[in-house]
Design a protein around this ligand. Structure first.
Ligand SMILES: [Zn+2]
Ligand SMILES: [Zn+2]
Length: 265
C-alpha cells in the first residue's frame, strides 16, 4: 500500500444486486475487496462478478447487515467457497445460523471497526425488524462510503455517522401512494411502513437532504421495491432532495437484475 494517500488507488464499488430478491455490495481498494451481504446463488454471483471484471482473488472478507434471506442466503456458501471470514453481529449469526451454516466468524458490534487491507469498516445499529440490524461506513485512503438499506427510520446514530461521506448507498424502498394502493396485504403494508420496516422515497429524501454536503459525489438508490416503487419516482425524489445543495452528487438507481457500473470514488 502506498504510504502517501494521494498515491493510493481510489475506492471502487458495485451493487451486484439490490432489492428484496437479493442484495450484494462489492467494495475494493488497492486490490483488496469485501462483500457486504449476499442474497445471490454462488453461480449468479460469479457471473455478475465476471460481468463487471471484478476479481474473486482480491476478496478478503464478507460482512452481513442482518439475517433476512435477501441479504443472507448466499453468505455461508460464499464464505466456504473462498475461505472467507464472516463479520457480523453475534446475534445476527445466531439468528441466521440455519441458513449460513459453519463459517469462520469474527464478531463486529455497533460502534466497532474492522480493518481489511486499506478499508476500515465501522458498524452501527439500525432500526429494522431483525435481531441486530447494522449499517456500515467504509473508509478508504481518500474516500468513504456509507451503506444504509433496510431502515424503518433513520436514527440519530445513523444520521450522525453519514454526515460527511464521499458516496452513499441509500434505501429508497417504496413510494407511499403506490404501497397503499398496491397489492400487498394489510399486515405487510403495515410492516413496510413501520419504524422497523423500510424507508419510503420521501423518508429517504429527508435523510439525503440532511447528510448532503459539498464533498458528497455520488448517491446510489437501493433496495427499490419492484411492486411499490418506480425508479423514476425514486430518482426524482432524490434529485429534489439535493436541489437545494450544498452538494451536487450524481444520482443513480440500482436494481435487482443487473449489476450497477463499478463506481470510483
Ligand atoms: Zn432487504
Ligand atoms: Zn431486511
Amino acid at each position: 500500500m502506498p504510504s502517501d494517500p494521494l498515491e493510493a488507488d481510489p475506492m471502487r464499488f458495485c451493487l451486484l444486486a439490490s432489492g428484496s430478491k437479493g442484495n450484494c455490495l462489492w467494495i475494493e481498494e488497492g486490490g483488496v475487496a469485501i462483500i457486504i451481504d449476499n442474497g445471490l446463488s454462488l453461480s449468479e454471483l460469479k457471473s455478475r462478478v465476471k460481468k463487471r471484471n471484478l476479481d474473486f482473488k482480491s476478496l478478503a472478507a464478507v460482512f452481513l447487515t442482518h439475517e433476512h434471506s435477501d441479504h443472507m442466503s448466499g453468505v455461508g456458501v460464499l464464505c466456504r467457497a473462498y475461505g472467507l471470514t464472516l463479520h457480523t453481529s453475534p446475534l445476527t449469526l445466531n439468528a441466521a445460523y440455519d441458513g449460513i451454516g459453519k463459517v469462520d466468524f469474527s464478531p463486529i458490534v455497533s460502534g466497532e471497526t474492522v480493518k481489511i487491507g486499506p478499508l476500515v469498516v465501522s458498524a452501527f445499529s439500525s432500526s429494522h425488524d431483525s435481531v441486530d440490524s447494522q449499517v456500515y461506513v467504509i473508509r478508504g485512503s481518500n474516500s468513504s462510503l456509507g451503506m444504509a438499506t433496510d431502515l424503518g427510520v433513520v436514527t440519530h446514530l445513523v444520521r450522525q455517522n453519514f454526515l460527511s461521506l464521499t458516496a452513499l448507498v441509500l434505501e429508497f424502498n417504496h413510494d407511499l401512494k403506490m404501497l397503499l394502493k398496491g397489492p400487498y396485504p394489510l399486515f405487510l403494508k403495515q410492516r413496510v411502513r413501520s419504524r422497523r420496516g423500510h424507508l419510503s422515497n420521501a423518508d429517504a429524501s429527508v435523510f439525503l437532504s440532511q447528510v448532503n454536503h459539498s464533498g458528497l459525489k455520488l448517491v446510489v438508490l437501493s433496495h427499490l421495491s419492484e411492486t411499490n416503487n418506480d425508479p423514476l419516482l425514486a430518482l426524482s425524489a432524490a434529485k429534489e432532495a439535493i436541489s437545494k445543495g450544498p452538494g451536487k452528487p450524481k444520482i443513480q438507481a440500482a436494481n435487482q437484475w443487473e449489476p450497477t457500473p463499478v463506481f470510483e470514488i
